[in-house]
Design a protein around this ligand. Structure first.
Ligand code: GLU
Length: 267
């Protein structure tokens, strides 16, 4: 009888212990951090077909966070519309995939402090667009489940929106003359434009419809993991590592020189 009582108490403690294990405990126990990234949005995430690896600005943040946690990083490709469902289904531990943090998404998942700030623009054939009004009735491609889709529905109600699973597909359609424009954040547009065979026929006019702050997606309520992520990225800002990563992909000698107009901090 005593033994039975003892056993059930021990079992109870063990079960209780595992019920309280959170994502941070699981990641450390597993020894890997599984991160959802893009593989067709250079220079944030792009596939190196020969080596079968994905690299980019977002991937460098994944590597730095895993290093801080003392575990190995595993990256998995996620499309825009799959980011929140895959995080909620526990297929990935974090999403670092050009994902805008906003109040609507914050109802479903938590976000780190912003780690990149950018603007939504358009790629169009040269000389056609000088103001957003020029696109009022245009056929515009973007990606399902993105804030780019949402912003276009808000600002260009009469436009003909054509939705794709990823930006590579949208640019293929633009390249073949099937669209008047593709719209999302400027560095994604510039990254895909650089890969277009007929890129000289296109441009990114100085027309912007929103400011987008990218955050790292964490499952809702995983406070300890979120704290670690925030601590890591703020530490990367302080040590200069975040700026180094920015310079690697967007610095003066990169393929896509951009000014760093932000610092990573508590917001
Ligand atoms: N940043 C936007 C979003 O989170 C658009 C880019 C993307 O689709 O990844 O939806």
């Amino acid at each position: 009888m005593k033994l039975k009582f003892l056993l059930s108490t021990v079992l109870g403690v063990v079960l209780l212990g595992s019920a309280f294990a959170d994502d941070l405990d699981e990641i450390k126990k597993r020894g890997t951090l599984i991160v959802g990234v893009k593989d067709s949005t250079p220079p944030f995430g792009m596939r190196n077909h020969k080596a079968q690896t994905i690299s980019g600005y977002d991937v460098d943040f994944a590597i730095a966070i895993a290093k801080q946690l003392g575990v190995k990083v595993v990256v998995k490709e996620v499309e825009s519309a799959q980011r929140i469902p895959k995080l909620q289904a526990k297929e990935v531990d974090l999403v670092i995939a050009t994902m805008t943090k906003n109040a609507e998404r914050e109802k479903q998942i938590d976000f780190s402090y912003g780690y990149f700030v950018t603007w939504q623009k358009f790629v169009t054939p040269k000389g056609k667009v000088n103001a957003v009004e020029d696109l009022a009735h245009a056929k515009i491609g973007t990606v399902t489940g993105s804030t780019s889709e949402r912003n276009l529905r808000r600002d260009l109600r009469e436009a003909d929106l054509v939705l794709f699973a990823d930006y590579k597909q949208a640019f293929n359609a633009l390249s073949k003359g099937e669209l008047d424009a593709v719209s999302t954040e400027e560095p994604i547009l510039a990254g895909r434009l650089a890969k277009m065979p007929n890129k000289d026929e296109f441009e990114i006019p100085d027309v912007s419809i929103s400011v987008e702050v990218y955050g790292i997606g964490v499952r809702k309520g995983e406070k300890r993991l979120l704290n670690e992520v925030n601590k890591t990225i703020v530490g990367m800002e302080e040590s200069g590592e975040a700026e180094k990563i920015f310079d690697r992909w967007f610095g003066p000698s990169s393929q896509m020189p951009l000014l760093r107009t932000f610092k990573i901090g508590a917001k």
